[in-house]
Design a protein around this ligand. Structure first.
Ligand SMILES: Nc1nc2c(ncn2[C@@H]2O[C@H](COP(=O)(O)OP(=O)(O)OP(=O)(O)O)[C@@H](O)[C@H]2O)c(=O)[nH]1
Ligand SMILES: [Mg+2]
Length: 987
């Protein structure tokens, strides 16, 4: 099996080395050394390095041939020098002794027999052939094959000396033609068909399929076309082999499946089952048929065939891909030939010809890959993936011939140099020097994943906008739809995004991680993640550690990514309770960003008559976003992690303020409840309630953690603090008198941001949504801030198109928005300036004169009673003392009413005592400030005032029995029959 293909003397190395490669793997070579016993011993690394340059130089001499065939010998050194032999052997065969006869036979081959090649060597393995129809250009490997093929058929060699001079094929007899055939091909033929013989001879002599020339002049073994004055340098015998083989392909093309045809090609290619003479006979017998079929275009290999090729290739890992282009100009009559080597046939297609490694005969099997507008074909990618070396399509990207290779990858072969004068058939097995010493099986495990990544990235990168198509939509428009496959980098981005933001937050991942990938929508991300999950939980891949899902075999996903996906999926199925809060926070972050953007836009916009509508719309947008901030997340109960303090007493007062302003100190002073007070910020971290007993009432005072700017957005648990404040009846905004005045505005802004309106009353705007009728806009007075158009725009922003709006005051846009929102809370607030002991009297006076303000000092206990009184006043508590009939009023335990807690009229008072009392009340007697005289008979609607005394007069039960003077006061039954009969009179 080990066949010497090249022998070179290696003087410098000083060792006998045999370069062998697999018969089934013409691209993997291995250096071997002949030891004393004639066995082949694997060469050491030093020996390999020593002859590496020789291998580089003599690539053209190394041919991929059928097993057992001597290809070519050249001698760089003198005889007797250590020889370097290139063996064609699949595996190391140390036990096979070298055949001396083979060696000697090879040595006999003179270098002068080497036929110069018409083609130049390419290092990348890509192939480009000139597009002149009818001209066959072959590789040197093809040359060697033809030579060998003709040699082993009969053992004869072509002898051009017999043909010296001028030859006219048309004038020759059958016998002369047979002689010429023998001289041309080195073997005899029994075919007597003149036409067949002429064609074969012309092909052999001209290395082309142009049969127009039948006269030749052969001078010094060089064939000169007489008619065209064209010199065919060095008859390329390789043409014959490929032509014959191609002819065989055509002639054996039966109605059977193409798979059968390809299998037959394999058997031909092996060269062991069929001799070339058999080819000739078959070709001869079916010449006419073949000619007819040759007019047909080369058929596209079936999918099954491609798959089988890829499988076989993955097994032997020795194949290589070369490319060729089929030209469309194959329309000349002379082009209808039996032999049809792989040429440039088409502009719109590219043909990848694959050198069949099984036979090593270098059959060019056309591999069709259409210029696809959609996702790369699965099998195509499979073939690419399984390319063992960098000689494949994608590898050509990395080679020098960037232009053509890029065209290949882009599928833009139209721009390829079709008229290139230098067809670039490869002449050597496509193994780079660095890879030659390393078997692919070793490299595969190390590099495959990386190579596949690179290839995919490259190939997908080139799939630019052509993957995007426009599809008509139902409403007649056009929508861009893309079919871009996912690249590994995108998959990694997606996995990172999910790890960072969580699965399900596709819009966020899209916005933050896929901002530059405009063609990826959040739905795409979701779908891809779902597919990744399926792939990760499917059977884990083995072998190369890559996984390809059924749909996306073209995107092999490394096992590491899949395992990461599985990890994330497992983590996120056990969602910790706090994650919902985190998700909420993340969602709100997006809203906050939007709010800030709009605020910035508002700040940029000048305020004038022209922009007021735009500003009004922006305000409405902000209000909507702020409302979204307050909304609980969907699916949750709405109960967040807050300060849960039960309401107690007659009123609730919340202490709001920046940290370390003295809130806890104030609480301690007013209620007696200890709350930690210290000179550092955020001493208090939760809500601490206390009770103030004041004026026979109990007031709950809440000490809260300090809030900072941004509290409305959640900073420092500010939202929880504000939520508690919202539940209070009164807010005491504690301020440090020694600090900036700005604190008050900041805190006011923060509270207003969450819908609190301090010291304001609800706007006098009547607003009611309707189902039809459009928008009715009215006002009871001239409006200076809002007009009808602005009102319409704001309502439109809220998608309200039917409503009734009536302005009863000159309200602003903000007031209108508040009314539309309907969720504002109007609270009273007292600004308490603490620590007045550290500021001057002037400042104290100035602060004390501000509206709704009071100045105190906790340390010095200054003005605390005034503070309580102010609190009481602001809370509007109403104490009602009850007076039982005929008794003294009970002044010890008043009923405390307030307008904030149900109202202050007689009915509220009755309800406060008991819900069922109202229906029994006949009237009430009122003593106090609300009564015009003592006692005043009042009904249920009478408004009570603080410290009123009320006596309730209930209805009598008897009053239900009749009306006025018709009321019945006797106990006798109304019906006569029910009355007790009197005893009969005694007579
Ligand atoms: N000079 C002066 N210092 C005061 C007064 N009231 C409180 N302080 C001091 O201010 C500091 C902060 O007091 P806290 O009651 O802890 O303030 P706080 O607002 O509860 O602080 P946080 O709990 O962190 O929000 C303490 O060192 C108090 O002694 C005051 O009226 N005058
Ligand atoms: Mg505190």
């Amino acid at each position: 099996m080990g066949t010497v293909v090249d022998i070179v003397g290696n003087e410098e190395a000083g060792v006998d080395c045999i370069i062998s490669h697999k018969a089934a793997d013409p691209v993997v070579y291995q250096l071997a050394r002949v030891d004393g016993n004639g066995r082949l011993v694997p060469a050491t690394e030093d020996e390999v390095m020593a002859v590496e340059d020789l291998l580089e130089d003599d690539k053209s001499n190394v041919s991929t041939l059928d097993t057992g065939q001597i290809l070519e010998c050249s001698r760089n050194g003198s005889e007797g020098q250590p020889q370097l032999e290139v063996l064609e052997s699949g595996t190391e065969k140390p036990n096979i002794p070298p055949d001396p006869t083979i060696d000697s036979e090879e040595v006999d081959v003179q270098p002068k027999e080497r036929i110069p090649s018409l083609v130049r060597h390419t290092s990348d393995g890509s192939v480009w052939q000139s597009g002149n129809p009818g001209e066959c250009s072959k590789t040197s490997s093809g040359l060697d094959r033809s030579k060998t093929n003709s040699a082993f058929g009969t053992g004869l060699k072509p002898d051009f000396s017999l043909l010296n001079g001028e030859i006219h094929l048309d004038n020759l007899s059958v016998k002369d033609l047979q002689e010429t055939f023998k001289a041309t091909f080195g073997r005899e033929t029994s075919v007597k068909d003149k036409q067949w013989l002429k064609r074969r001879i012309i092909m052999g002599l001209t290395n082309s399929c142009d049969f127009s020339t039948t006269s030749f002049v052969i001078i010094d073994n060089r064939v000169v076309k007489k008619q065209k004055e064209e010199t065919c340098e060095s008859v390329d015998y390789s043409v014959l082999v490929d032509c014959v083989v191609t002819s065989a392909m055509e002639s054996h093309e039966s109605p059977s499946t193409s798979h059968d045809k390809q299998s037959e090609i394999h058997s031909i290619a092996n060269g062991t089952n069929m001799e070339s003479s058999t080819f000739q006979e078959k070709c001869g017998s079916k010449d006419a048929e073949t000619e007819e079929r040759s007019a047909k275009r080369i058929r596209k290999p079936t999918k099954r065939f491609i798959e089988e090729l890829s499988e076989g290739e993955s097994r032997d890992s020795g194949a290589k891909i070369v490319s060729s282009v089929k030209h469309p100009a194959y329309d000349q009559p002379s082009a209808k030939v039996c032999a049809r080597p792989v040429q440039n046939f088409g502009l719109d297609r590219r043909y990848l010809t694959r050198k069949d490694s099984l036979g090593g005969s270098g059959i060019q099997i056309p591999y069709v890959s259409r210029v696809r507008r959609s996702r790369p074909r699965e099998n195509f990618m499979t073939l690419m993936k399984l390319q063992p070396s960098r000689e494949g399509i994608s590898t050509s990207l990395e080679k020098n011939d960037v232009a053509s290779s890029t065209q290949l990858d882009n599928g833009s072969w139209d721009n390829a140099p079709k008229n290139s004068l230098s067809p670039r058939w490869i002449q050597e097995p496509p193994v780079v020097a660095s890879e030659r010493s390393t078997p692919y099986s070793e490299r595969k495990t190390v590099q495959l994943e990386e190579e596949v990544k690179l290839r995919n990235v490259e190939s997908y990168r080139n799939n630019s906008d052509e993957e995007v198509v426009t599809v008509p939509t139902a409403n007649g428009g056009m929508r861009r739809k893309h079919h871009r496959p996912w690249t590994l980098s995108e998959v990694v981005k997606l996995v990172d995004g999910v790890a960072k933001y969580g699965a399900g937050r596709w819009s966020e991942i899209k916005r933050l991680s896929f901002a530059s990938y405009s063609y990826r929508t959040s739905v795409d991300l979701k779908d891809k993640w779902r597919n990744l999950l399926r792939a990760s939980f499917a059977e884990m891949p083995t072998g190369n550690g890559m996984h390809s899902s059924r749909k996306q075999a073209s995107v092999p996903i490394p096992a590491a990514i899949l395992s990461r996906v599985r990890e994330l999926a497992e983590i996120q199925t056990h969602v910790p309770p706090s994650l919902s809060y985190c998700k909420l926070a993340e969602r709100k972050m997006g809203i906050i960003e939007k709010i800030k953007e709009i605020e910035a836009e508002m700040a940029r916009t000048q305020k004038n008559k022209a922009t007021e509508y735009h500003l009004g719309q922006l305000k409405a947008k902000i209000a909507k976003l702020r409302t979204q901030l307050l909304e609980p997340p969907k699916g949750s109960s709405g109960a967040g992690e807050g300060f849960e303090v039960t309401k107690f007493g007659h009123g609730r007062v919340a202490l709001i303020g920046f940290p370390s302003v003295g809130k806890s100190t104030l609480l301690t002073m007013l209620t007696g409840t200890h709350s930690e007070a210290a000179s550092y910020e955020f001493t208090t971290l939760t809500c601490i309630p206390g009770i103030i007993h004041y004026n026979d009432t109990k007031i709950q005072l809440l000490d809260l953690p300090g809030i900072i700017e941004g509290a409305s957005e959640g900073k420092g648990r500010g939202r929880q603090v504000i939520a508690v404040a919202k539940s209070a009846d009164l807010v005491l905004m504690v301020l440090d008198a020694s600090k900036s005045e700005g604190h008050r505005q900041i805190l006011t802004r923060e509270l207003e941001a969450v819908g609190l309106r301090l010291n304001k009353r609800p706007p006098q705007i009547y607003f009611k949504k309707k189902k039809t009728g459009g928008i009715s806009f009215n006002s009871t007075l001239p409006l200076t801030h809002v007009d009808e158009k602005l009102c319409y725009q704001i309502l439109h922003e809220y998608k309200i198109h039917n409503a009734e709006v009536l302005f009863r005051e000159d309200a602003t846009v903000d007031d209108l928005i508040d009314v539309i929102e309907g969720n504002r809370k109007y609270m009273k607030c007292v600004y308490v300036y603490n620590k007045i002991d550290v500021i001057g009297i002037d400042d104290v006076d100035r602060l004390a004169r501000q509206p709704n303000s009071i100045v105190i000092s906790c340390n010095l206990k200054l003005n605390l009673d005034r503070l309580l009184a102010r609190m009481w006043e602001e809370m509007g508590l109403v104490r009602i003392y009850t007076k039982p009939q005929g008794q003294q009023p009970d002044f010890s335990d008043p009923v405390v009413l307030s307008s904030g807690r149900g109202g202050c009229n007689v009915e509220d008072f009755c309800n406060h005592i008991h819900r069922s009392l109202v229906k029994d009340v006949k009237y009430v007697l009122v003593w106090g400030t609300s009564a015009r005289h003592y006692p005043q008979h009042c009904g249920l609607s009478h408004t009570l005032q603080d410290e009123d005394v009320v006596q309730i007069v209930k209805k009598k039960e008897k009053e239900d029995g009749g009306r006025g003077r018709f009321k019945s006061h006797s106990n006798t039954p109304a019906r006569i029959s029910d009355r007790e009969k009197k005893a009969p009179l005694k007579t």
